[in-house]
Ligand binder design. Structure first.
Ligand code: ZN
Length: 155
């Protein structure tokens, strides 16, 4: 019989295992405060990293060029649900594009100047062409992984 019994956390009253409410004090066993108690701890646990991610990504445009974007991507990916959380997702997106887009632009400028100078006959900026191509490949790989992550369904 005791297997089919449960005790009220509030008053200690013995109730049937399938009871929805305590017979003694009326407290619901299907306690809503248990679920709401779990949620804030889970959210607050994640909010730390996710907010750090978003703030870092914004700082990446100002006082921490590059570093802010990298921190944003790392903290965003470390957060518990990076795909579901809008802050983490925004942080990762801004961080990734903040790193990739300037590198692509820089690479293209290098390549254009390199080609222009090479066509000119003066090979002075051939290094700009080579470095431009290398960084364009790096940015392309970064963009590939970013798009792959974006398209991956949330776990
Ligand atoms: Zn009770």
């Amino acid at each position: 019989m005791s297997k089919n019994a449960k005790y009220c956390e509030s008053c200690g009253g013995k109730n049937k295992a399938d009871a929805k409410f305590c017979d003694d004090c009326g407290k619901p066993f299907d306690k809503p405060e248990k679920t709401t108690g779990d949620k804030p701890s889970r959210v607050s646990e994640g909010v730390g990293l996710e907010v750090v991610s978003l703030i870092s990504s914004i700082l990446g445009f100002t006082c921490l060029p590059g570093i802010g974007f990298i921190i944003a991507i790392i903290t965003g990916l470390m957060s518990p649900t990076p795909k579901e959380n809008k802050y983490a997702k925004a942080g990762i997106t801004i961080g990734s594009l903040g790193l990739i887009i300037p590198v692509i632009i820089g690479s293209l400028v290098g390549i254009i100047f390199g080609i222009a100078e090479t066509v000119d006959g003066t090979d002075d900026l051939i290094w700009a062409l080579i470095v431009g191509i290398i960084f364009l490949i790096i940015a392309g790989v970064g963009l590939f992984f970013f798009i792959k992550w974006m398209r991956k369904p949330a776990a």
